[in-house]
Design a protein around this ligand. Structure first.
Ligand SMILES: *[C@@H]1O[C@H](CO)[C@@H](O)[C@H](O)[C@H]1NC(C)=O
Ligand SMILES: *[C@@H]1O[C@H](CO)[C@@H](O)[C@H](O)[C@H]1NC(C)=O
Ligand SMILES: *[C@@H]1O[C@H](CO)[C@@H](O)[C@H](O)[C@H]1NC(C)=O
Length: 289
């Protein structure tokens, strides 16, 4: 009698587990438009896009990986304790996954893009320089102010319009809302800074094809040129600079922590922009000319 009940219980548990696994892998809704396969995967990749047929970020980047990358962000000496979390990252990313953020290509390419994007974010928000415990790369997302567009060259109006938030009158929203802060950062990754420029995303995933001028300027697809797109002469074409090396180190460290491995990042010429001609000149040097 008892053993029969046990068998029943085991079968019930097995069925429950199988059911859960089914729920876990989101089956996309699929439609074919002009010979192209388009998918919709619900909240994370919504609105029929070919990218949503690929893996989405939560398929290959999970809470524990986020915690590993940003392990020190909630220690008492950090400056934004309790602000950043995995959920706000995925919620923000959901806006751009149908446009290819973390969804262009296969798993390796996708993981590399997330590591590259977070490498930029981590180095911008780190307070680990000079801090001993855990090493300088363990302190990404220590601040919540550094992702503001004013720290880069983007304009609040344009970003606010894209995100449907009045950032011109309320730039402080970015410092009060981690989802919005991540959305702002991903917008900057996905959108060209100037007409005729590529986005960091396009440069990284290989959508961008260098012109003859780009080749002469040593701008090649990859992580190095993402720094050129985002920071121009503030970081690139300056030789072996510390700010450039900080970004590269964060990217490589995150590749390791995500289980991709830094060897996947490619050779130094792709990673660095030390010898690239800057794509843009920073406002301070531009006004003086
Ligand atoms: C991912 O999406 C891109 C763009 O639509 C496509 O070229 C690529 O084949 C897809 N990769 C996989 C693994 O489905
Ligand atoms: C934070 O920003 C997101 C994205 O704009 C928005 O959906 C959400 O409602 C905001 N949260 C709060 C508490 O204002
Ligand atoms: C290439 O560079 C030259 C010299 O800087 C410039 O005059 C020309 O307009 C550039 N061409 C393109 C397509 O950007």
């Amino acid at each position: 009698m008892e053993s029969k009940f046990l068998v029943f219980l085991v079968i019930a548990i097995m069925l429950a587990v199988a059911h859960c696994q089914d729920e876990g892998a989101v089956k996309p809704k699929v439609k074919i438009v002009k010979g192209k396969k388009l998918c919709d995967k619900g909240w994370e990749c919504k609105g029929y896009s070919q990218y949503c047929c690929n893996l989405t970020i939560s398929d290959y980047f999970q809470t524990y990986q986020f915690e590993n990358l940003f392990e020190k962000r909630n220690t008492p000496v950090a400056h934004a304790v309790g602000f950043w979390d995995y959920h706000s990252f995925i919620t923000a990313a959901a806006l751009y996954q149908p446009h290819g953020f973390g969804t262009t290509g296969g798993k390796l390419q996708n993981m590399k893009e997330v590591a590259a994007f977070l490498g930029h974010v981590g180095s911008k928000t780190s307070c680990g320089y000079g801090v001993a415990t855990g090493g300088p790369l363990a302190w990404g997302l220590c601040y919540n102010k550094e992702m503001s567009p004013s720290k880069l060259n983007y304009n609040y109006g344009k970003i606010g319009e894209a995100l449907k938030v009045d950032l011109l009158n309320h730039p402080e929203h970015i410092e009060n809302n981690a989802t919005l802060a991540f959305q702002t950062a991903i917008f900057q990754w996905m959108t060209p800074l100037k007409k005729g420029h590529p986005s960091a995303h396009d440069v990284f995933v290989g959508n961008w094809k260098p012109t003859k001028n780009d080749t002469l300027a040593k701008r090649v697809p990859g992580f190095g040129t993402t720094m050129n797109v985002l920071y121009g002469d503030q970081v690139c074409g300056q030789g072996d600079s510390e700010s450039m090396n900080n970004m590269i180190s964060h990217y490589l460290h995150y590749l390791d922590l995500m289980g991709v491995g830094r060897e996947e990042a490619g050779p130094h010429e792709i990673l660095s922009c030390e010898e690239q001609e800057p794509l843009s000149v920073s406002p301070s040097s531009a006004t003086s000319s």
